[in-house]
Design a protein around this ligand. Sequence first.
Ligand SMILES: [Zn+2]
Length: 324
Amino acid sequence: MHAHPAAPDVWRITTPLPFRPGEVHAYLVRVEEGRWMLVDGGIGTEQAWAALAAGVAEAAGGWGGVALHLVTHMHLDHVGLAARALGAAPAPLAMGALDAERMASAAADPAGEAAYRAGLLRRAGAPAEMVRLVEAAQSDAQGLAPTVAADVPLHGEGGELPGARGWRWIWTPGHTAGHVSLFRPADGVLIAGDAVLPRITPTLGVNRQRADPVGDYVAALDRLAALAPAAILPGHGAPVGPERIRELRAAAEAETEAVAACVEAGPATTWEVVGRRYPGRELATSTRMLALRETRAHLDRLAASGRLELVPGPDGADHFVRSA
Ligand SMILES: [Zn+2]
């Protein structure tokens, strides 16, 4: 069994990931008799493809019924099989406009991407060695998510989803700038992508597209809470209830305070704040990069609200200081 009923006319197809959290869910939604929408897919490995194809065969009788593709966000565990799924089932691909733009510009200018990452690390006060480690991890990930172009870029805060009657899309930025979730008002089913996850909090990170990803995320959670969803189907893990939205909102606010408390101990670069936040912890390169981007997002938020001051250092690193 690869396809599991998750809600009326919604099947969950779980595919393996070569890294934590170990698996990711795609959802196959029957939008009308014989017409299906595929939400996400999995990472671009043969094992993930085999699991996805088996699930599509079980629920929809094969790729022929897939009439719409939707990608919740551009991370490789969600978009990685999109190119291959489009090949198997040529049909429009819908995606948040900001993620579609991000994917296109990353593909068009890989050197610019590497320069952006190096700049982030320099401003974070990271050791030079970290740049090399990050670029090595980046090249390992190459090929796990071939670039796709959105036929239906979703602009705005939400609306009807063309080709999927009864479903609305909702802009849920934070985890990525263009993240979208899907909602069926008739019975309150929410396909959340990584906007709402059980047990873990979605990573948030400083980026070029949005000034305040943490504030964006809190606002997105408020939009989701206002829908009063009855059942939330996440991108990873088991379904959750609407109370999880409140928990995640509180966790995001608490993280801003935890980062502020780290600067109370004295002026610090982002690198040093991460060291204070996770004392004595060995962080793998990818985890440390996520921690740096997320911590920087909280630091920027604190600076924007006037609680911290950003003082550029002579070494190119930004230092954060408690406001007088
Ligand atoms: Zn994910």
